[in-house]
Design a protein around this ligand. Structure first.
Ligand code: CAA
Ligand code: NAD
Length: 295
């Protein structure tokens, strides 16, 4: 098994910033690559905000915050990831973009560097085939919000070596997370079950089964979910959910993965959920109010 000392993270959005935070908090020097300095600053602010909230909740000490921030570096230069033992990719859910990055990194990183994708729905095989090191490629699927969610799915595809999978499994434990092994099918374990549930909620809304608030309340109080499906959709990002559903539908050709027309229209309208300020709820109000969708 290889020893990982330094971690690279591609993308500092919702997931990349959380993954980098957890890695830095576990003591790994961690470098985040974003496409602009502004987006790097945005990632740093998101991490600082999360740590500050953690201090307020008594879950993070000031010393831990300082260590975490001290272990983080932000860059726009891909070649700065050359020294990393593992690079975790968390850019938008787009195979061509991800594979461009892997191809670029293959020429930058030493042969032993592990390539891990945080993809929600793409198959790892599609990246392993393109990245130039199929035995070193695997899936490490974290959950949102990364600092609070314990699970990581460790996904070995047919070309991943046992050594890569075992090293990544131990790395996930060093992050303080709970790994499970999952097969390289689109959606792995959790999204295979969770995505149809979120899609069903939108279909139920379009069929006027109940209102956004009542569907959310129903699943929280009647089924014990920590957030209702519309709050969760806004939290995950409607743009991301749309891409995930399209990819899963393309893979399985089953209606339960098909992105509902309403989801597509909301994405077209720039309603991406919390990240854009409006989705099924409008976050310009405190507390957020339901967005009128003319249904
Ligand atoms: N830092 C450290 N700890 C913190 C913290 C912070 N900033 N904020 C809260 N916490 C702690 C709290 O102290 C609390 O700890 P205890 O349980 O020990 O008391 C714990 O975290 C939970 O806190 P709260 O319940 O008060 O937090 P919350 O209400 O703000 O939200 C939540 C918590 C974890 C987000 C919860 O609402 C939840 O689980 N929601 C569902 C999330 C989910 O389903 N995620 C998966 C999305 S799908 C995905 O990720 C896959 C994909 O590919 C799309
Ligand atoms: P996001 O839109 O919040 O962030 C994506 C980030 O990638 C953006 O900040 C963007 O600037 C950056 N980016 C784009 N091109 C880049 C490049 N060439 N180099 C570096 N950075 C680049 O998306 P997200 O929600 O963080 O999702 C990222 C990945 O994680 C996706 O594959 C998604 O499916 C997966 N995922 C998302 C969730 C979720 O709940 N949102 C959960 C688990 C997995």
């Amino acid at each position: 098994m290889k020893h990982i000392e330094k971690v690279g993270v591609l993308g500092g959005g919702l997931m990349g910033s959380g993954i980098a935070q957890v890695s830095a908090a576990a003591g790994f020097p961690t470098i985040i690559r974003e496409v602009s300095e502004q987006l790097g600053d945005k990632a740093r602010s998101a991490i600082t905000k999360m740590l500050t909230k953690g201090i307020e909740r008594g879950k993070v000490t000031e010393a831990q915050r300082d260590t975490t921030l001290g272990n983080l570096t932000f860059t726009t230069d891909l070649t700065r990831l050359a020294q990393c033992g593992i690079v975790i990719e968390a850019v938008v859910e787009d195979l061509a973009l991800k594979n461009d990055l892997w191809k670029g990194l293959n020429g930058v990183c030493p042969a032993e560097t592990i390539f891990a994708s945080n993809t929600s729905s793409l198959t790892i095989a599609a990246m392993a085939a393109a990245c130039g090191r199929p035995d070193k490629m695997l899936g490490l699927h974290f959950f949102n919000p990364v600092p609070l969610m314990k699970l990581v799915e460790v996904v070995k595809t047919i070309t991943t070596s046992n050594e890569t999978a075992d090293t990544a499994f131990e790395f996930v434990k060093r992050l303080g997370k709970e790994p499970i092994r999952a097969k390289d099918n689109s959606g792995f374990v959790v999204n295979l079950l969770l995505v149809p549930y979120m899609i069903d909620a939108i279909n139920a809304l379009e069929s006027n089964v109940a209102s956004v608030e009542d569907i959310d309340k129903g699943m929280m109080l009647g089924a014990g979910y920590p957030m209702g499906p519309f709050t969760l959709l806004d939290f995950v990002g409607l743009d991301t959910t749309y891409k995930i559903a399209e990819i899963m539908f393309d893979e399985y050709r089953e209606k339960r993965y098909a992105p509902p027309p309403l989801l597509k229209r909301m994405v077209m309208a720039g309603m991406y959920g919390r990240k854009s300020g409006k989705g099924f709820y409008d976050y310009s109000e405190d507390p957020p109010v339901v967005t009128p969708l003319g249904l």
